[in-house]
Design a protein around this ligand. Structure first.
Ligand SMILES: O=c1ccn([C@@H]2O[C@H](COP(=O)(O)OP(=O)(O)O[C@H]3O[C@H](CO)[C@@H](O)[C@H](O)[C@H]3O)[C@@H](O)[C@H]2O)c(=O)[nH]1
Ligand SMILES: [Mn+2]
Length: 674
């Protein structure tokens, strides 16, 4: 055992030497669009997490090959030497300094003298750090250490790797390793965007530290909950079978969003409701940031095939994973000793592997190998996250969704305007590319281990781009009807009328149930994972609710959900007769009806209801608004949860509400680190 790590040990009831190592990857690509100050704040928040420092290594990939980014990291590492002990000493909740100090010009008055002094010193140091970075952005810093950056072009340069911090003695209370990487770029070589960067990070870390778990964060998402690594490890180590937990995804939440989120940039529907819903099937999608993977999952392993040493001949490994002896050894170790996760951490210091790291970071390394095709982060879509996660789940792995309080990561989202439209267009295109890819969910279900309902959930998001056609139609529909003095509801065609009545019932029951059954969260949510002997605390208390009504509600939802992903496809081919010329999209009609049901009598005050109606009307004007679909998604999430569990009604409901309301442990894994 190296080092002590008393803090974590006390909190978790497990010796920290038993904690598995974790490699952390932060990606940045452009020092202008992603200012180094933001990147270093993310890095600082990660260096300061509550986890033994000798089990962590943080790798920053800089696709911008920016001297300012590198300089900022070097300066930040000096600051970290004071910042991290400060955070741990006073158990600071928010460990990204720009958020911690924002709006506070003086320390809290009711705190101790010592704390006030330390606080003021830290704030001054942070100010100096900001000043240095600002100066460097205006005029490039000059020291001999930065020679490698001179005379290079952003898109044409060799690999640059710098070990900035090294925890050589392996002390748990020290600082984690910090490594800067800018992979080789050549004009004629496709660099494969983030997926390419992630694959280099995987290989470089494979030869340097080779931790069995890897966390990946975008540079603009800082760790908002210092216990995030512990939370993730509870899932990995608690899973009865590792197949249940190939990766652990934390939802993406954002700070400083616009009030009321008029453009839907907070992606509440996707992350909060949809995410919880599919947790009940095969688990959440991989969302690109805030996700922990098992290393062997990224190396392409399948939970059903146990690899034997005989299969891992050098020749095979080098053909699949590339020509590097040290990398081959580390990969073989990961694949063979996959479950012996404690042993794998490479105890050599990162700087001893720097030469090999350069080799595996070069752009020709992947030539002729399976990287990006069958392993690593996959190429072929700008939504490499969804594609990679889909491929993992198609091999049979499940994933877990973790929603601790406070949220694990917070990021910045474009507020509005062209930036957010460009982002949404990129996602819509990327998602559609995945649908057309040879690894599409349909193929995954037919020939792989992707569950049918998981496939439907993937289709639901992948058809997102196509839905805009219908969205436009429905947005202009009311106006069209006003101008031509016609109706947008179908004429007396029995099929459509029955759909309308049915939808009204669903929403009516939904509304009345939401009003009648209320759930109260316990305010004292556990801030640390429970110890071995401690029973898990229930995270919510049920107050009053009628099981019968709830069940009715859930079954209706289930019924409504089953057809949902198929509906848009079906209706595109076969528009029903009631609305000539306009496809009849049930989802969207449902959202119109949601507005109407605000007039159904309920216990909510008139003022409240009026507000909701206003909201909906406001929404209809905004094509990018999520609010209309919010109600729908509540329906979807409870449905998918219900559908995914065994037939006993009571258990179904329990799971359904746990998935919707629990913030920490998944309903499936109730074991804790041993
Ligand atoms: O060539 C590139 C391009 C991007 N990135 C990094 O990838 C991340 C995501 O890129 P960004 O342009 O910020 O995309 P977002 O739309 O904000 O990100 C979401 O969508 C992406 C897929 O489009 C996912 O990769 C992200 O993880 C997910 O958070 C950032 O850290 C970038 O620095 C690189 O490292 N190299
Ligand atoms: Mn981003």
């Amino acid at each position: 055992m190296r080092g002590g790590g008393g803090g974590c040990e006390r909190k978790c009831g497990v010796g920290t030497s038993k904690f598995p190592a974790v490699d952390i990857f932060v990606t940045t690509a452009d020092p202008v669009l992603e200012p180094p100050l933001i990147t270093i704040n993310t890095v600082l928040s990660l260096l300061a997490v509550d986890y033994p420092a000798n089990k962590l290594a943080c790798y920053v990939s800089d696709d911008g090959a920016s001297i300012v980014t590198y300089y900022s990291l070097v300066e930040a590492s000096k600051f970290a030497k004071h910042w991290v002990p400060f955070c741990k000493k006073y158990n600071i909740a928010l460990r990204a300094p720009f958020r911690y100090f924002s709006g506070n010009s003086s320390p809290p008055q009711d705190s101790s003298q010592e704390f006030q002094q330390d606080w003021t010193r830290m704030k001054d140091e942070y100010k100096q750090l900001c000043k240095k970075i600002e100066d460097a952005s205006n005029q490039e810093p000059e020291t001999c250490d930065f020679d490698v950056f001179s005379n290079i072009q952003q898109k044409n340069h060799p690999t640059i790797i710098k070990v900035i911090l090294e925890n050589k003695e392996g002390v748990a209370d020290g600082l984690p390793h910090l490594v800067y990487i800018s992979r080789e770029k050549r004009p004629k070589h496709p660099h494969q965007f983030k997926a390419g960067a992630m694959n280099v990070l995987t290989r470089v870390s494979g030869v340097m530290t080779n931790a069995p778990f890897m966390l990946n964060v975008d540079c603009d998402m800082y760790a908002n909950n210092p216990q995030v690594v512990l939370h993730a490890m509870c899932y990995f180590l608690g899973a009865k079978d590792e197949i249940d937990c190939g990766f652990v995804q934390f939802p993406q939440f954002f700070y400083d969003g616009l009030k009321e989120d008029p453009y839907g940039n907070q992606l509440k529907v996707l992350h909060e409701y949809f995410g919880r819903g599919i947790s009940g099937i095969q688990g959440p999608f991989y969302q690109g940031s805030g996700c922990f993977h098992r290393r062997k999952v990224i190396y392409g392993s399948s939970p059903y095939e146990k690899i034997t040493a005989g299969e891992l001949k050098d020749e095979y490994i080098q053909k699949t994973y590339g020509m590097s002896e040290k990398l081959s050894t580390s990969i073989a170790k990961t694949l063979l000793e996959g479950s012996n996760i404690i042993e794998q951490f490479n105890s050599d210091s990162p700087s001893s592997s720097i030469e090999i790291a350069h080799q595996v970071g070069s752009c020709g390394f992947e030539f002729g190998t399976a990287w990006g095709q069958k392993l690593g982060w996959l190429y072929g879509s700008v939504a490499e996250d969804i594609l990679t996660g889909l491929f993992i789940q198609s091999r049979g792995w499940k994933s877990a969704y973790c929603l601790p309080d406070p949220p694990a990561f917070l990021g910045c989202a474009p507020a509005a305007g062209p930036a957010s439209m460009i982002q949404q267009k990129r996602w819509a295109t990327g998602l559609f590319e995945v649908l057309l890819n040879s690894k599409s969910p349909i193929i995954g279900t037919l020939f792989g281990k992707l569950q049918l309902r998981q496939c439907m959930a993937y289709l639901q998001i992948q058809l997102w781009g196509l839905r805009s056609i219908f969205e436009v139609c429905y947005a202009i529909l009311p106006a069209y009807c006003l101008i031509t003095n016609s109706h947008f509801l179908p004429q007396m065609v029995s099929l459509q009328i029955s759909w309308c009545c049915y939808s009204m019932i669903v929403i009516f029951v939904e509304k009345s149930c939401i009003n009648s059954s209320s759930f109260k969260f316990q305010s004292n949510s556990p801030s640390s994972p429970p110890t071995q002997n401690q029973a898990p605390k229930p995270r919510y208390m049920r107050r009053s609710s009628s099981i019968a009504v709830e069940h009715l509600q859930c079954s209706l939802h289930a019924f409504a959900e089953v057809r949902s992903p198929i509906t848009p496809l079906f209706l595109m081919i076969l528009p029903p007769p009631g609305l000539p010329g306009l496809p009849y999209h049930v989802d969207h009609l449902l959202s119109y009806f949601t507005t109407a049901t605000e007039f159904v009598p309920s216990k909510r005050s008139i003022k409240d209801r009026k507000k909701t109606v206003d909201e909906h009307i406001h929404c209809l004007g905004h094509l990018f608004n999520n609010k209309v679909s919010r109600h729908l998604t509540i329906i979807k999430s409870s449905t998918t949860s219900v559908l995914s569990h065994e037939p006993k009604i009571g258990i179904q409901l329990q799971h359904c509400y746990e998935l919707q309301h629990s913030t920490f442990y998944s309903s499936k894994s109730r074991d804790y680190p041993r």
